[in-house]
Design a protein around this ligand. Structure first.
Ligand code: GLC
Length: 583
């Protein structure tokens, strides 16, 4: 099985109700479930800090803003929060270019603010996941400043340098480079350095044990502060073939194999586990799961002592086309991954993050008539599948793509530099902008919609990225008032997941595999379980009773006021989602 490169990267490169946490569920241990763990039973809420809440009017979200919203987060019923990077950074890639791993980005606040935020989360029973970006640093990090300065600097070997006298290094692709070139010539020492991402994001040389020790020390620094988990950014790329051979014909189909998942990776993870992870009650998730189920198992199986969880991109890659996607493909991807991990290993479930479009615009239907129902339906999916659910800020409201028309509106380096590259290659720019409008990362980064005021209550200043105009209708304040809102539905669904362990640990069985409208499955554990019916279409859909197991007619949850059950069919309304207890 092959997997595509990070889905959001495809476009620019052209390559390729009363829900307090105190009511938390019984633990798996209480039920004696093998392999139970708090991070399996958790619900992760991902916050893009730049866009959540601005407390000081500079137009950029910050830690004090998140502190102001802690009660909101608690009432969602989530049990973990993952923040995108908050370290000191020149922001070439919005914090994914770190210049000091032990300092907070000035725009976001101070270390005191961080400590207060962490304490505020912990006092509400919510754990904290730190983003760790160590495939690369910023070129403004002291290590790189030193490394660049001379060929015999002690930090020289912290990065991948190629001396110019050896000739031009073999081609490597860079995701954010306006020319797509990953080797950047530096006249200071007459050598090239490697950057898989932007020029300002030089790749760290993990083969150097000193680099690894620096990373473990950084992780310990944050673990000592009390963080509960780490998300390892772009981690599959840390181990590379450092001879940088010429890439063979057709390598594009197996990008990860040629760019990462190198021979050192498992050794590094075992070392990280020994040095850091095993010393604390923390969990680690990696972005990327290699190229196959075997790769993914080799990262996350418990007996390997490496990672606890990974996330793959195959599920999110469905739906990357402007022509939409078929439910058959969606079901097949999720069912295959589930069955490959049914006995061993653990994965994440998500439909959006900061690198992709809004969930409802991509997988649901963001037309006003269907937006709310389809958002609720998608949240039902995420929160009823096996794997730890990741819920992206704003998706609890059904926030939608902003859909920029002109390149000037974009802030994202991937969009801007991707545009430059496409232009220089003479591509069809109208088509390029059409695709960008749908797939751009900025779609998922617009400010949180708190209320209907001018900038949606996000800032009193000018937001760094415009607020979606539909905040007049889609916002927290309005949804708090309405018992049937997406927000209140999300809270109910989160509560349901926490109070029914079969939704975390239960077996998953796909039903009606060929149905083009309905995604139907069961989740069962020790004689208990539910039938999940999700209508992924804007038309009514009939699910034949003779193909379904026996169920109680009173739903555990339903995104419509009723459910039509006749002698032979359950008829689902457009985007209806329902969980029915199994008999
Ligand atoms: C990861 C992040 C993405 C970032 C890239 C480089 O894929 O999710 O936002 O741009 O790594 O750090």
């Amino acid at each position: 099985m092959k997997m595509r490169i990070l889905n959001w990267l495809l476009l620019p490169i052209g390559l390729m109700a009363g829900c307090q946490n105190q009511e938390a569920a019984p633990t798996g241990a209480a039920k004696g479930i093998p392999g139970q763990a708090w991070w399996k039973e958790g619900i992760i809420y991902q916050i893009y800090p730049r866009s959540f809440k601005d407390s000081d009017g500079d137009g950029v979200g910050d830690l004090r803003g998140i502190i102001e919203k802690l009660d909101y987060i608690e009432r969602l019923g989530v049990t973990m929060v993952w923040l995108n990077p908050i370290y000191a950074s020149p922001n070439a890639d919005n914090g994914y270019d770190i210049s000091d791993y032990r300092a907070i980005m000035q725009e976001f606040g101070s270390m005191e603010d961080f400590d207060e935020l962490l304490a505020g989360l912990h006092s509400r029973g919510i754990r904290f996941v730190m983003d760790v970006v160590v495939n690369h640093s910023s070129d403004e990090h002291e290590w790189f400043v030193q490394s660049r300065s001379s060929r015999d600097n002690p930090y020289r070997d912290y990065y991948h340098w190629w001396p110019a006298e050896k000739g031009k290094p073999n081609y490597r692709y860079s995701l954010f480079d306006p020319k797509g070139e990953a080797w950047k010539y530096d006249s200071l020492t007459d050598a090239y350095y490697l950057h898989y991402f932007a020029q300002k994001q030089p790749d760290l040389k993990w083969e150097n044990p000193k680099v690894r020790q620096e990373v473990y020390d950084i992780m310990k620094f944050w673990a000592e502060k009390g963080v509960d988990g780490f998300r390892l950014d772009a981690f599959q790329y840390v181990s590379k073939d450092t001879t940088f051979p010429k890439l063979p014909e057709g390598y594009e189909k197996e990008v990860i194999k040629y760019y990462g998942m190198g021979p050192g990776l498992h050794g590094y993870l075992k070392e990280m586990n020994r040095e850091v992870l095993s010393q604390y009650d923390v969990f680690v998730v990696s972005e990327g799961a290699g190229s196959s189920f075997e790769d993914a198992h080799s990262l996350v199986d418990a007996d390997r002592n490496e990672l606890q969880m990974a996330y793959h991109f195959e599920g999110m890659d469905v739906g990357n086309s402007l022509d939409g996607y078929t439910l058959a493909e969606f079901k097949s991807v999720y069912s295959r991954w589930d069955s490959a991990f049914a006995k061993k290993g653990w994965l994440s479930i998500f439909l959006a993050n900061h690198d992709v479009p809004r969930m409802v615009s991509k997988f649901g239907d963001d037309r006003p008539a269907y937006r709310a129902a389809s958002s609720k339906m998608l949240n039902t999916f995420i929160l009823s599948m096996r794997g730890t659910p990741y819920c992206y800020y704003g998706d609890e409201l059904g926030m939608t793509n902003i859909g920029f028309d002109s390149i000037q509106q974009y802030q994202d380096i991937a969009a801007r530099n991707g545009y430059q590259k496409a232009l220089s290659e003479g591509r069809d720019m109208e088509q390029f902008l059409k695709e960008l409008k749908f797939l751009s990362r900025d779609n998922g980064r617009t400010p949180m919609q708190w209320d209907s005021s001018r900038h949606a209550g996000f800032t009193t200043g000018t937001p760094w990225l415009p607020v979606n105009e539909n905040h007049a209708q889609i916002n927290v304040a309005a949804q708090e008032e309405s018992p049937n809102s997406c927000l209140n539905y999300f809270r109910q669904m989160a509560q349901l997941r926490k109070s029914h362990l079969f939704l975390t640990y239960g077996d998953y069985q796909l039903l009606l595999p060929a149905d083009e409208q309905v995604y139907a499955y069961t989740r069962t554990l020790e004689g208990e379980g539910a039938l999940v019916l999700l209508n992924f279409s804007a038309a009514e859909a009939a699910a034949p009773l003779d193909k379904l197991p026996g169920f109680e007619e009173r739903p555990l949850i339903n995104n419509y006021p009723g459910l039509q059950v006749d002698a032979s069919f359950i008829t689902l309304k457009p985007y209806q989602a329902v969980l029915l207890p199994l008999k």
